[in-house]
Each structure stands twice: as C-alpha cells, then as structure tokens.
Design a protein around this ligand. Structure first.
Ligand code: TXA
Ligand code: MG
Length: 343
C-alpha cells in the first residue's frame, strides 16, 4: 500500500487537525508531534509527557525553505550545515522568528529546528503544511522510544502511534547552538554542542572548513539560559542502571553499590533517581554491540527490555573501547541514564 495513503497516516492527520498530538517515527527516536500553530495541542504535549515548561521543544520541518521561516536569520553557516546533514540528526538552535510561539521555546529567544530523515514524518509535515514540534515520545526524564511498541507501553491508549519500524539512529539528534555577535560590521558566530548525537563535533568542524568568522564555545561557557533541558540525569530506565569501570569482584561491587545508594539524594534537578529494592535478587547485564552505530540503535530497546525483566538493577561494564570518540554520544546517554557510576 502507498504509505502516503495508509490508514494510520490518515488517522494521524485527522487527529492532528483535531488538536491531538500523535507519535511519529523519525530516524533518531519516536517523537510526540503537534503543529506549531495549535497552542492547545502543544500544551497537551507537555501534559501527556509530564514535561516541565522550562524544557523547549524541537521544531521539525521538511525543507530548508521551511526551516528558514522559523528563524530570524539564516547565516551561511546554517546553509552549509543544513546542506550537509539534512535531512538528518542535527538540530540547529538560533534566534526564532515570530512564527514560533513562546510555548515551543519555553519563552526563549532561540528555537531548535531540524529536518528529520523519515518519509512518514516528512509526509505528515507536507499534509499539515506547517512545522511540527515534537519532543521524544516518552515520559519526562525517561528512556526515548525507538520502536512503536515503546510508545504504546509508555502511554497506552492516550497516544496514537504511526508505526514506521525501528529507528535507524537510535539516539536523539545532535543539538547545535549558533549564536552571533556583531563585531563592528563583521558578524562572528559561536557554536556550542548542547547535546551530543550521531553528527559529531569533528564532522561539524570539517563541514565548515570553508566558512569564516566562527569558533567553538565550550558548553561550560554557554549562558545556562541558552541551554535548558540539560539535566544531569535523563533517559532513565525504570530500574536503576549502574555503570561500572572495568571488571570488579561481584560481592565487593554489591557492597559498594549499597553504600553509594544510601548516600545519593532521591531527586536531582527535578528528576527522580531510580533506586533498587533491597535485598537484591536478580541483576541484569546490559550488553551492546562493539560497533558504535549498532550499539546506538540497540541502546534504548535493551535498557527497556532489561527494565521489564525481573531484575532489580542493570549493570553496564565500561571498557577501553567505550572511550573512543564514536562512543561519546552513547556514553553521554548511559551516564545520564545511570543512577550510579562506580569507579
Ligand atoms: O532526535 C531528536 O531530537 C528527537 C526527535 C523526536 O526529533 N527529539 C528530541 O526532543 O529529542 P526532546 O524534547 O526530547 O529534546 C529536545 C532538547 C531539549 O531538552 C533541549 O535540551 C534542546 O533539545 N532544545 C530544544 N529547543 C531548544 C532551544 N530553543 N534552546 C536550547 N536547547 C533547545
Ligand atoms: Mg527527550
């Protein structure tokens, strides 16, 4: 059947037109989408996800032309990056245009925009003739969904899901902040990676080799106001994940874990830290492919299935290969998902 006419797609369009958010596949993770033109539907995204209003939504477009309408300015750096990485897992954050409501940006002057690489999502944007705001389709702070069933497990009947198969990338897009300072007549751009993803800092640097007047600004130097939603903990599975450096003897390790859990707070930056039930009965081990592309694709599904087993906690052993640059975005997610990191 032509997917443009599939019953699921038709139903999604109808629901969106009636002001109900729907879950749609992207190449990164499933998103919970609503048109940027419908404030009531945007509000429902926050309530369904139990998401605080300080965390802004990413706007999804299906062309560079549509992206330009979301921003005040479209510098040549943005054009180069969009041509190189779109459609794909890179979100550009720059000054928003008047088209973007404050609810999408949490009242900030900047908006994050990306063109996803999934035909179904792009077709919905085409039929709605408007950009769609879409955060990952999971409860706030929890693991992102990479198959349609994950969304159903999380929201049951509350959310209609268009099944577009498993997500090819598996972790959320790279988020790149582009801020401009005018120095006399010349414009100068500072770039900061707000969130790591499959598009790496090195790839961005390489693709901007011919661009002038830009430099990297490390995340520590970014005004915290320009970088909301970057909590220490995020993407947490429903049972605790513990990262362990190298091989450790089990009995000693379990003692360390119990002691550390007594010391850590229950809530960090409004995210509840998942703690185990004592005494521990079963322990699951998270095993990922050695290939980082495959590992990213497996990561969230593996975390979810370990959470649904009868285990009390999940252990992940950090090895030397995990320190290589292509593992950075996966290790970032694991560190944020972890309740504890044991050296
Ligand atoms: O791959 C993705 O980006 C997925 C798919 C659905 O596109 N979306 C996603 O959305 O991960 P979400 O809401 O789970 O994460 C969006 C994050 C925010 O938490 C925030 O850190 C950053 O993107 N962000 C969005 N708009 C921003 C803005 N105006 N300024 C700074 N950061 C922003
Ligand atoms: Mg998310």
């Amino acid at each position: 059947m032509d997917s443009n006419q599939s019953p699921a797609l038709l139903q999604a369009i109808q629901l969106l037109q009636q002001g109900h958010p729907v879950a749609l596949p992207t190449e990164t993770v499933y998103g919970l989408a609503a048109p940027i033109t419908n404030e009531s539907a945007l509000g429902k995204i926050f309530s369904i996800k139990q998401r605080p209003f300080f965390d802004p939504l990413i706007v999804h477009v299906n062309s560079i032309e549509m992206a330009k309408t979301c921003f005040q300015e479209w510098p040549s750096i943005a054009q180069t990056l969009a041509q190189k990485f779109w459609p794909g897992p890179l979100t550009l954050v720059m000054k928003k245009s008047s088209l973007i409501p404050g609810l999408v940006t949490s009242g900030l002057e900047n908006v994050g925009v990306r063109w996803p690489r999934h035909d179904l999502f792009n077709e919905v944007i085409r039929q709605m003739s408007t950009p769609l705001a879409a955060p990952s389709a999971n409860l706030f702070g929890r693991t992102s969904p990479t198959i349609a069933q994950h969304v159903k497990d999380e929201f049951a009947q509350k959310v209609f899901v268009v099944d577009g198969g498993p997500c090819q990338v598996g972790i959320e897009s790279t988020v790149l902040l582009i801020e401009s300072n005018s120095l006399g007549a010349a414009q100068n751009f500072q770039l900061s990676l707000l969130r790591q993803g499959q598009v790496s800092e090195n790839q961005i640097t390489d693709s901007l080799a011919l661009e002038k007047n830009w430099s990297w600004l490390p995340l520590e130097k970014v005004n915290p106001k320009s970088s909301p939603g970057h909590m220490k903990h995020h993407y947490m599975p429903s049972i605790p994940l513990i990262l362990v450096q190298g091989q450790q003897e089990e009995a000693q390790l379990l003692k360390k874990i119990e002691k550390r859990f007594q010391e850590i707070p229950d809530v960090v930056e409004s995210v509840k830290i998942i703690k185990p039930q004592w005494p521990l009965k079963n322990i699951a081990t998270l095993t990922l492919s050695k290939d980082s592309v495959l590992a990213a694709r497996q990561l969230y599904a593996e975390l979810r299935s370990a959470s649904q087993s009868d285990a009390d906690l999940i252990l992940f052993q950090c090895l030397a290969l995990h320190s290589s640059p292509d593992w950075q975005s996966i290790m970032d997610r694991l560190q944020k998902a972890a309740s504890l990191i044991i050296d």
